[in-house]
Design a protein around this ligand. Sequence first.
Ligand code: LMR
Length: 333
Amino acid sequence: MKRLLAVLSLTLFTALPSPALLAAEAAPILIRFSHVVGEDTPKGRGALLFRKLVDQRLAGKVHVEIYPDSKLFGDADEMAALQNNQAQLLAPSLAKFSQYNPQLQVFDLPFLFDDMAALERFQRRPVGRELLQSMKAHNIVGLGYWHNGMKQMSASKPLRLPADAAGLTFRIQASPVAEAQFAAVRASAVAMPFAEVRNALSSGRVQAAENPWTNLYSKHLDELQPVITETSHGALDYMVVANSRFWYGMPHDIRSELEAILDEVSYAVNTDAEQQNAQARAAILAAGRSQIVTLTADEREAWRQAMRPVWLRFEGQISRKLIEAAERSNHAR
Ligand code: LMR
């Protein structure tokens, strides 16, 4: 009997693969990174750089698949896909988080941040870092901010003064602030996913839009919008987010390496975004399909005055403290 048991346990023991073999054969962790813009945009390039660095540093341990241009999920379903782990990483614009934390609407208030440098200062301060952690109850964790650029208004005519926008219908992201911003100048707004903007402009469903230069150029929206007015009335910026259960469920060493890679990619994206927007602006100018109108200081001030009441309307949801902190970031110290 003893011998039988010994033979049995030996057979069992030799039949089981060694732990080392098991580890070597474990399938790599799959990260599906879904986004809604083209690959030649700040976000598109950021996603590609992330995959490249993961391939170099975590080969065999993590595998990244990128789905640009709403090919896997679009604006309407990407957040649900993240929460139920069909996608593991996204970088939606900050306008798309208001239902999870209304305070994030601070990023959309018109004429709040003077430029991208002010936005960057706000995001680097503790108040900005805390917002990354503010959606964990929804299984969403922010891992960093990525820039695109300041938004410009496009239409079939120059929008030098707020009255020029009255009566136009603008495509907006699903953002209550954006809706209020256009209502303040007696324009209408229709919220729709980014993937629908081009069709909506060419069918006439909307006649105007607000986009940074890279999004205008990469989707050839200058073919459909004869005039782009350089309003720079707000920023289009992103939060890189992960499914937090997935993220914190990964082995610690792998997660730390991924976070280090993301920090490196965020730095690269945020350093290049301004130049990419400048290049897209120059390319639109060179193509000559759209006229670019720059505002005088007085004209810009008229826009600011018309849209500023929107701040007050959202102060209850965002908090005065946060709005003031954002205003302070317009000064370098
Ligand atoms: C938009 O919907 O206009 C943007 O959020 C698209 C993007 O991700 O840049």
